[in-house]
Design a protein around this ligand. Structure first.
Ligand SMILES: Cc1ncc(COP(=O)(O)O)c(C=O)c1O
Length: 393
C-alpha cells in the first residue's frame, strides 16, 4: 500500500513532547516523526484492544523470531533468543550499562558532539565523563583514534559509549572505522556499548555495521553490548521499549541480574505487540518513509544552499536529523537559539550535544513537506534579519 506522508496531523493537546510547548511554532526538534505509524502496527494494537484483556504478558517465541529475522536478514547479525534482553528504552539501558561495566568514579568515554543523555547518564551515575572530539574532515565527522587512545590511557577508561549511527552528526561508521575502534578498545580492555537505535534509518549509499558482529568475529563479545529499538525506526517512541543484545553468556547473565535488581526487564503488552508487528510487517512502511525523508533532506540542503549559503550543513548518512553550523549568523549560542525561537521555529541547540555543538543547531526534517517548507522559511526569516543577511527569498 502507498502511505501518504504529506498528511498534516494535529498533534497539539495530545501530550506530544514535540508539539506540547508551542502554539504557533513549527517544531523541528525532538527526534520523532510527524507521520502516522505503519498500518500493520496500528492493526496489531487494535487486535489487542479488541481482544480486551490486557493482562501480564511475556515475550513469545514469535517475537524473538521477528527480532532475530530482522537483524540477520538486514545486517547479518546472528542472534539467538539467549542473546536478547528487553529494556524500557535505550537511554535506561545506557544508564544500566554504567552498573554492568563500571564502578562509581570510573572513567567513561564518549564523543563530542553526542546525543545528550550519553553525557548526563555518565555524570548522574557518578562516573567520570571523558570526551573525545569528533574531527570534521571534508564535511563529515571522523573518530580521532589517536585522541581516543590517549584519553583511554590517561583516564584509565573502562567503558566507551558509541553512537552508531551517530546523533547528531548523522555518520554511519564504516566497517573500517568500527574495526579500528574495536582494535583500540580490545587493546586497552575497554568495554563498548554501541547505541544503534538509528540503524534502520541508514540512508541510500551507506551500510550500517553492527558493532557486535565485528566484536564477535574479533573474539571480544564478552566486553560488548549493543542497544537498539523499533521505536525510532517505526516512529513509535511513545510506546517505549527496546532491546539489549550481547553474545556472551556470562555478560548476558550479569546484565540480567542488574535488571532484576529493579525489576526492569519486562515491557508492556503494547511494546511487545508493536515490536513484533513492526519487525514482521513494517518493512514496506519503512522503505517508503525513508524515501520521503531522503526527499526532505534534499529539499532542506537545496533551500539552505540557495538562501542561507553561509550555514555549513553536514549531510546525514542516517536518520532525519541534520547538523547545521550557524556560526556565520551568530556569536553566541543563546542568541542563536533565541533568534530561531523568535522566528517561531524550534530546532535543537547544538551546544546541548557538547562543546563541538557551539553555534550549531540540529534540525529534524521528518515531517510533511509543507510543514518543513514553512519551517525553513522561518529559519530564513530568523537569519535574514540577523547578523548577515544574504539573499531575499
Ligand atoms: C542515539 C539515541 N539513543 C537513544 C535515543 C532514545 O532512546 P529511548 O527512547 O529508547 O530511550 C535517541 C532518541 O533520539 C537517540 O537519538
Amino acid at each position: 500500500m502507498q502511505y501518504n506522508f504529506d498528511e498534516i496531523i494535529d498533534r497539539r493537546n495530545t501530550g506530544s513532547v514535540k508539539w506540547h510547548y508551542f502554539d504557533d511554532t513549527i517544531p523541528l526538534w525532538v527526534a520523532d516523526m510527524d507521520f502516522k505509524a505503519a498500518k500493520p502496527i496500528l492493526k496489531a494494537i487494535e487486535q489487542v484492544t479488541q481482544h480486551g484483556i490486557l493482562g501480564y504478558t511475556k515475550p513469545t517465541a514469535a517475537l524473538y523470531d521477528s527480532i532475530i529475522q530482522w537483524h540477520s536478514s538486514r545486517y547479518g547479525l546472528l542472534l539467538d533468543k539467549q542473546n536478547i534482553l528487553f529494556s524500557p528504552g535505550v537511554v535506561p539501558s545506557l544508564a544500566l550499562m554504567m552498573n554492568v561495566f563500571t564502578e562509581v568514579g570510573d572513567a567513561v568515554l564518549v564523543n563530542d558532539p553526542i546525543y545528550t543523555p550519553f553525557m548526563t547518564k555518565v555524570e548522574q551515575n557518578g562516573r567520570t565523563l571523558v570526551t573525545s572530539l569528533l574531527k570534521e574532515v571534508d564535511g563529515k565527522y571522523q573518530l580521532d583514534l589517536a585522541d581516543i587512545e590517549a584519553k583511554i590511557i590517561e583516564h584509565k577508561v573502562k567503558l566507551y559509549l558509541l553512537c552508531n549511527p551517530h546523533n547528531p552528526g548523522g555518520r554511519v561508521w564504516t566497517t573500517d572505522e568500527i574495526e579500528a575502534l574495536l582494535v583500540l578498545c580490545k587493546k586497552h580492555d575497554v568495554a563498548v556499548v554501541s547505541d544503534e537505535i538509528h540503524q534502520d534509518l541508514t540512508l541510500s549509499g551507506h551500510t550500517f555495521t553492527p558493532f557486535l558482529k565485528l566484536a564477535e568475529a574479533a573474539g571480544y563479545a564478552h566486553n560488548v553490548v549493543s542497544l537498539t529499538s523499533m521505536t525510532k525506526t517505526f516512529n513509535v517512541a511513545g510506546i517505549k521499549g527496546s532491546m539489549i543484545f550481547a553474545k556472551d553468556d556470562a555478560l548476558i547473565k550479569k546484565i540480567s541480574q542488574r535488571q532484576q535488581l529493579n525489576d526492569e526487564y519486562e515491557l508492556n503488552l503494547f511494546a511487545y505487540t508493536v515490536m513484533q508487528s513492526a519487525y514482521e510487517n513494517g518493512g514496506e512502511w519503512l522503505a517508503q518513509v525513508l524515501a520521503y525523508i531522503e526527499n526532505n533532506i534534499e529539499i532542506t540542503l537545496d533551500f539552505l544552499a540557495r538562501h542561507l549559503p553561509d550555514i555549513k550543513v553536514m549531510r546525514p548518512e542516517a536518520s532525519y536529523l541534520i547538523w547545521l553550523d550557524c556560526s556565520a549568523y551568530a556569536q553566541d549560542d543563546q542568541a542563536l537559539y533565541d533568534k530561531l525561537r523568535a522566528a517561531k521555529v524550534e530546532l535543537n541547540a547544538g551546544i546541548r550535544y557538547g562543546s563541538e555543538g557551539h553555534l550549531k543547531m540540529r534540525i529534524n526534517v521528518a515531517c510533511p513537506e509543507a510543514l518543513l517548507r514553512e519551517g525553513l522559511n522561518r529559519v530564513y526569516a530568523a537569519f535574514s534579519g540577523g547578523f548577515k543577511p544574504k539573499l531575499s527569498l
